[in-house]
Design a protein around this ligand. Structure first.
Ligand code: FAD
Length: 382
């Protein structure tokens, strides 16, 4: 196992200070290691996740070689030539586990944002004190965007949040964590080959969830109540102005509708599985309130906005992979982790073999199945 940094590198280097997992502790499972602390319904801090992964590396005796950067993987006779910062390795098979979130995705038009406005990505952001005083424009309303918008607003800064397609969820539903419902109803076990639109499922934004001790819901209504101004999707920069799409009403009602449908499936599951008596009664949530007149543009030269935080998603980095298996969108071509080239495999990607694959707890089943494929490949070659 080659790791360019340290064990749990992404959690050490690429996360902000206040981040907690949005998945509850009982769900933080790695093969043979589960959370056994006093708060199964709580959410791990970044430090706790780092510690958890470290413990796993120790108990599983993972043969990790840290500080080894893989700079190139190429096909070679009977396998792959792997070039690293510490020399070359020849491997009959390679498992790509380099992560799905290596680089923040930032739109091209960020290049023409006036230089007087500071720009940050979640990789560079640590806490609000880092930002200049004054207004902040947070771009993207998925889990990263809503969490950073809330934190920056609490720091006393005026926050504008640019909202595109998003996934709205309540933190708890009928007395249980909403992720408990996903787990119990079998949604997370849905296999990749049963998902109707797999490409879409793999690109789905992360849900508007935050892990706090109070188990608070952090949807757009909650943010608006804190004073965060909501504007539409950021579409372009013209003459130093940020131009936002209209149509917030449609974007909001789509997210509300999808949430309602999901809650319906939970209710249906509770009815058919006899869980009805145990659970609190079904709940429905107020529609997302549409601002009376959402601004369609903001002048970035006026001094109103002093900083922009791009919470517009992440993408993998395969610049070191010199095998033609990456598509035009920069995603790996694979079938459930079996990459489109003999002897090449992948783990740790969204909806790799099931919906659960997107999360830390998805690795156990995925790794077993992908390694079975890898073993079959080696046997067949022998
Ligand atoms: C902001 C954020 C919040 C998240 N919150 C949650 C959550 O609440 N719950 C949850 O279950 N999941 C969460 N996730 C998803 C979670 O991070 C992933 O499921 C998990 O990290 C996948 O682990 P991984 O080891 O496959 O990838 P990563 O953690 O990305 O690890 C990949 C490793 O590969 C190394 N690497 C990359 N390229 C090279 C190279 N060329 N040479 C050598 N080493 C290399 C990196 O240094 C890194 O250590 C979150 C992700 C993000 C970005």
């Amino acid at each position: 196992m080659l790791e360019r940094g340290e064990v749990a590198n992404s959690w050490r280097r690429e996360r902000w200070d206040s981040l907690r997992l949005l998945t509850p502790n009982w769900q933080s499972r790695l093969p043979g290691l589960r959370y056994e602390g006093p708060d199964p319904d709580g959410y791990m801090t970044v430090g706790e996740v780092t510690e958890f992964i470290h413990r796993f590396a120790k108990v599983s005796r993972a043969p990790v070689r840290t500080g080894v950067n893989v700079t190139s993987v190429r096909r070679a006779d009977s396998g792959y030539r792997v070039t690293t910062s510490r020399g070359e390795v020849h491997a009959r098979t390679v498992v790509i586990a380099s992560g799905a979130y290596n680089t923040p995705s930032v739109p091209q038009f960020s290049d023409v944002v006036p230089a007087s406005v500071e720009q940050l990505t979640p990789f560079g952001y640590r806490d609000p004190a880092q930002l200049p005083d004054g207004g902040v424009l947070v771009v993207g309303a998925s889990s990263t965007g809503v969490q950073l918008a809330a934190e920056l607003s609490r720091s006393g800064r005026p926050v504008t949040l640019s909202v595109g397609e998003h996934v709205r969820l309540p933190r708890t539903y009928r007395g249980r964590d909403v992720l408990w419902w996903m787990d119990a109803s079998g949604l997370w076990d849905q296999r990749y080959d049963e998902v109707e639109d797999l490409t879409r499922a793999r690109r789905l934004p992360s849900p508007q969830l935050v892990g706090t001790p109070e188990r608070t819901t952090l949807d757009l209504n909650a943010l608006a109540a804190m004073g965060v101004e909501l504007v539409g999707r950021w579409a372009a920069v013209r003459d130093g102005r940020a131009l936002f799409s209209g149509g917030l009403r449609n974007v909001f009602s789509l997210a509300d509708l999808k949430m309602e449908r999901l809650l319906d499936t939970f209710d249906e599951w509770a009815r058919t599985e006899g869980y009805e008596v145990e659970a609190d009664p079904p709940e429905r949530f107020a529609p997302t309130r549409v601002p009376e007149s959402a601004r369609l543009q903001v002048d970035l030269r006026s001094g109103e906005i002093r900083a922009i935080v791009w919470a517009t998603g992440f993408r993998p980095d395969y610049r070191w992979l010199h095998v033609p298996v990456v598509d035009a969108k920069g995603q790996l071509r694979h079938d459930g982790g079996v990459v489109d080239n003999p002897g090449l495999y992948a783990l740790g990607l969204p909806v790799l073999r099931r919906r659960r694959s997107t999360f830390i707890c998805g690795i156990e089943d995925d790794a077993r199945e992908v390694v079975e494929q890898l073993a079959l490949f080696l046997t067949a070659r022998r």
